[in-house]
Design a protein around this ligand. Structure first.
Ligand code: MSP
Length: 639
């Protein structure tokens, strides 16, 4: 039994945001679930590294495109590590194996007549790297990003997309699960396929950063053949590797709704031309939106997942993303909704169930439950809620209805909490005659918790382990997925209290801190750490000296600015710095700092600032000024 799931390969033109994490977390939850069900899983993610946009971005930063993407890919891999993304393979379109596969595919299609050379005059959207026909434009603008398009004419290769139109329509109509959710299927059929497909431009001559067409070097393979082929090149398509035979066709390509057209029309047509089977399903989920609009770097409203993961942990963010928004539909992201859910669902519902259960077993039975136990009148209802919701949860997750499957788990959790109130174990504990009854209550709770801990593993793998630690389990027979189908598997119970699995969060405090300039909703200070290499000649142009702060004041009407008088040798300079949130004027006086002394002076709030104080800052909004580690006179040169 194999299961092959993919995410889109993301553009490493910038850091990824919470929207990219959303697709990846969903794919990860599914991959984990299938592994727990005994499938041999291939979970693929990666990066789509070619194209004009990346070429331009690299040029802006002053590095080669390869160096540019290498740095971002490192960052992306770190992000996936912190979010516990258990991918099996990370494909990069700059991988040698991928390049070879794309060149071979292109050549094969050319030789068999599915790709031909012609001239293209089209309407091109540079940011989206897409050509459009007149009737695809919306109010004369790009239908995907609403920007202006330009008329472009060039020699190009074309793929005979139109040839596959009828076969595609037939395939979609005969396979109702091929495009999910259903609404997207109608959209593709009615808005694109039935309107008529035009042949597709598949090469470009206007930029170089792409895979060269090996029999016509002037051209590079245009983005979609390059990008879409990743799903098979990653499996060693055309090579000796057996992964392609083993895993293809994919069970599901998870994508955002804006690229469903490419995945349900262009990709299947390419596969038809190659005479390869089509993926079983393409699921186009909705967008995470902010205040009703799309997240975008230019609007400045992108949410950085790493900040949230650092504050609240990966499990909480994973839970929120999949619980809050109905998969398939758009959903609003707010910090408030996130924190409220962490408090209500994780700290209150799940956290309390765990800590109360474990604490009572410790308190009343010194951590070990006796085997003599008596059931009570509420047990039947608890057991039936559990078995009913276990079945529903499995049904829902199989259909990628993550929010519903989590709701099924929470119905169980809330039922167990209610059971504590119904059975009042603290009263049973008062009467020695009720010991077996009390043991029965605590058994139901801990067995319920065991089942819950297994069910949440695809979503919150760390929390599962924390619960197991408290109820004396480690991975083994009793943690196997199949054991949740039968209540009462646990025989011996040893419990031990550790820290709360989800401490409650102070909502107001968190919201204020998140609204801080270096925050989850503003990335103004969150620049990419891609820097061009400089020579020593460049470095020595910067004059750095030790300075001593001899006077410091707030800049009137500027919350963030301090103005300091700095003694540098026998000179005294005035310097304005954005450090008022981190240092009071009083504490800054007397500090020795490193100053850039040959910066061109600038006027800030009417004050001439003659240099810059060096500071270090991190992603969490901390900042410190940099100074000498030992005694050093002011005016000393830093080199
Ligand atoms: N490189 C192409 C995909 C090629 S796949 C063969 C691409 N890359 S992208 O970096 O723009 O990523 C787009 C994908 O990121 C979306 O399809 C979706 O999976 C995810 N998301 C980006 N922003 C998102 C939201 N605001 N909300 C939800 N998902 C989002 O397109």
């Amino acid at each position: 039994m194999t299961y092959y799931i993919t995410t889109p390969i993301y553009y490493p033109s910038d850091k990824l945001h919470i929207g990219h994490s959303y697709t990846t977390v969903a794919a990860d939850a599914m991959a984990r679930y299938k592994r727990l069900r005994g499938f041999d899983v291939m979970f693929l993610t990666g990066t789509d590294e070619h194209g004009q946009k990346i070429e331009n971005r690299a040029q802006e930063v002053g590095v080669t495109p390869q160096k540019f993407v290498d740095d971002i890919v490192d960052w992306i891999k770190d992000l996936w590590k912190t979010m516990d993304i258990s991918y099996d393979k990370f494909i990069r379109t700059t991988d040698k194996e991928h390049i070879e596969v794309v060149q071979k595919i292109f050549k094969k299609l050319y030789e068999q007549g599915d790709i031909y050379k012609s001239e293209y005059t089209g309407l091109y959207c540079t940011p989206c790297e897409s050509f459009f026909t007149e009737h695809q434009l919306v109010d004369g603008k790009c239908p995907d990003c609403n920007r202006d398009v330009e008329k472009v004419k060039e020699e190009a290769y074309f793929f005979k997309l139109s040839k596959y139109q009828d076969r595609l329509i037939k395939h979609i109509e005969e396979n109702p699960n091929f495009i999910q959710p259903n609404t997207r299927q109608n959209e593709m059929l009615n808005n694109f396929l039935k309107v008529g497909l035009e042949d597709l431009c598949v090469s470009r001559t206007s930029f170089k950063w792409g895979i060269p067409v090996d029999f016509d070097n002037k051209h590079v393979v245009y983005v979609w053949i390059d990008a879409l082929s990743n799903y098979i090149s990653a499996l060693g398509y055309l090579g000796q590797d057996t992964d392609y035979k083993k895993y293809w066709p994919a069970d599901v390509h998870l994508v955002g709704k804006e690229i469903i057209r490419f995945h349900t029309i262009i990709w299947p047509a390419i596969l038809m031309a190659l005479d390869e089977p089509l993926p079983k399903q393409i699921f186009g989920h909705g967008w995470l939106i902010i205040d009703g609009g799309k997240m975008s770097k230019s609007v400045g409203n992108v949410v950085d997942p790493s900040i949230l993961v650092n504050r609240y942990g990966s499990d909480a963010i994973r839970y929120f993303l999949l619980r809050e928004i109905s998969f398939g539909q758009d959903g609003n992201f707010t910090n408030k909704a996130l924190i409220t859910r962490i408090n209500s669902d994780l700290a209150n519902d799940l956290g309390n169930l765990t800590s109360r259960t474990v604490a009572m077993i410790e308190k009343y039975f010194a951590g070990t439950l006796p085997t003599e136990r008596i059931d009570n009148e509420y047990d039947a209802s608890v057991k039936s809620i559990i078995s009913h919701n276990v079945a529903l949860m499995e049904e829902n997750i199989e259909r990628l209805f993550f929010d519903k499957s989590l709701e099924n788990i929470w119905i169980i959790i809330r039922r167990l909490n209610k059971y504590i109130d119904e059975t009042t174990p603290w009263l049973l504990a008062k009467d020695a005659n009720d010991t077996n009854k009390l043991a029965g209550v605590l058994y139901t709770l801990v067995e319920g918790l065991r089942i819950v801990s297994i069910m949440i593993e695809p979503f919150m793998p760390n929390t599962t382990l924390k619960i197991w630690q408290q109820i004396g389990l480690s991975r083994g027979e009793l943690t196997h997925w199949d054991t949740i189908h039968e209540f009462g598997k646990l025989t011996q119970v040893h419990a031990k209290k550790y820290d709360n699995i989800f401490p409650r969060i102070d909502v107001e405090k968190e919201l204020t801190e998140l609204a801080h300039p270096v925050s989850a909703t503003s990335q103004s200070n969150d620049k990419l750490d891609i820097t061009a290499e400089i020579s020593i000649d460049d470095f020595v142009k910067v004059e750095l000296k030790i300075g001593e702060v001899i006077e410091c004041n707030k800049v009137p009407k500027a919350d963030k600015l301090l103005v300091s008088k700095i003694k540098i040798g026998d000179q005294i300079r005035t310097i304005v710095s954005g450090i008022a949130l981190y240092y009071s004027p009083e504490e800054f006086v007397g500090k020795k700092v490193v100053v850039v002394t040959n910066l061109k002076p600038v006027k800030l709030r009417g004050i001439l600032s003659e240099g810059m104080i060096l500071c270090a800052s991190d992603d969490n909004g901390n900042l410190v000024a940099i100074g000498p580690l030992g005694e050093m006179v002011s005016g000393a040169v830093v080199k």
